[in-house]
Design a protein around this ligand. Sequence first.
Ligand SMILES: Cc1ncc(COP(=O)(O)O)c(C=O)c1O
Length: 418
Amino acid sequence: MNCMGTVSAVQEDAGILDRIRQLESEYLLQNYARYPIVLQRGKGCYAYDVSGKRYLDFIAGIGVNALGHAHPRIVKAVRSQAALILHTSNLYYHEYQGPLAQRLARISGLHRTFFSNSGTEAMEGALKMVRSHGRKISADKIEIIALHNSFHGRTFGALSITGQEKYRRDFEPLLAGARFTAANDISALEQIVTERTAGIVIEWIQGEGGICPISTEFARKARELADRYDALLVFDEIQCGVGRVGKHFAYQLSEPIVLPDIMVAAKPLACGIPMGVIVANERAAQSIGSGMHGSTFGGGPLACRVAIEFMDILDPLLPHIDKMGCYFRAKLQELQKQFAFIREVRGQGLMIGVELSFPGKQLVLDAMEQGLLINSTHETVLRFLPPYITTEKEIDRAIRILKRVFKLAAKRADVHPN
Ligand SMILES: Cc1ncc(COP(=O)(O)O)c(C=O)c1O
């Protein structure tokens, strides 16, 4: 048998997963720790792997697949736009940026939009606005205040204001001027914000940090300090925004609403077509003039058209998101009474975290085995970001699976206490 024959025989024997794994281990940067399934298609709240096994998808591509998989209106919009024009660049106009930006202005209470391709890229643009705003006032007004335990993305600027050492340490030195303070500590915030502060950046609910909400009083104080020191207040709504909490944006949970100067959003905006946005009020928008920022792909006709379609579907869905979130959390709280290792059930709308007294990784694998996709964040928090179209029936199914998974974990805890 020749060498090629041996290789192909081996490959035929190996499963699709093994073959894909092997190729990826040879040719991809080894930065991802993937779960061992190969997803091939989806329908509604379910995803299917290459063997045809069905999974209830309650992580939804980390909050991206807000309308689940293969939503008929999204499929139709993608097909129709693909047959017309996919990319124009920003050298020319197309029909969809203006209407989408108008829509974003109406739902956000802010005014001007810039389109990017990802969350981190939206954050980079927002940081440039903050820097440019500060420098117009004074050369040393360059500080950006961010929170411990935050996550704002993987590019250099976003990483510089990410308050978790594990993401930052290999890349230092990072952007000068980033300073961190504790979330929800109002007196610490009052001390750290000064004349040198150009911006304050806050996730309304810290997602990667373990589904940890920021208090309205803290956000209101940040607003007050930003005004006092002529700094820009930036809300990172990349994970908690665009309907996830049952409002268009999480800051709209506050009463009266604490408005930022700049808001960045991404994940669900174009239902899986990459898109991020910066939406700013007029004051913040002044910081970016002609030629100061741009993107080749940002705001393409495909992403914008799909986002408009999504917005049409989202508006009437918001009360449903809130209702399903309450239902899901109540069911999880019932489980909490049965399993002592569940420390807390947190979240808003369909952004939910279950804090355990031990790392959640094995439970994520057990759930996957039983046909439920979730993930764990901040080591001990099970994270649920189900599609907005989820129903009580699917939530009940998730709860049944989780109960089995928790029972297994309880047995393991018997064998290995702590
Ligand atoms: C709050 C927050 N900000 C920024 C980002 C970065 O977004 P992206 O991965 O699209 O660059 C994320 C991603 O998870 C996020 O959750």
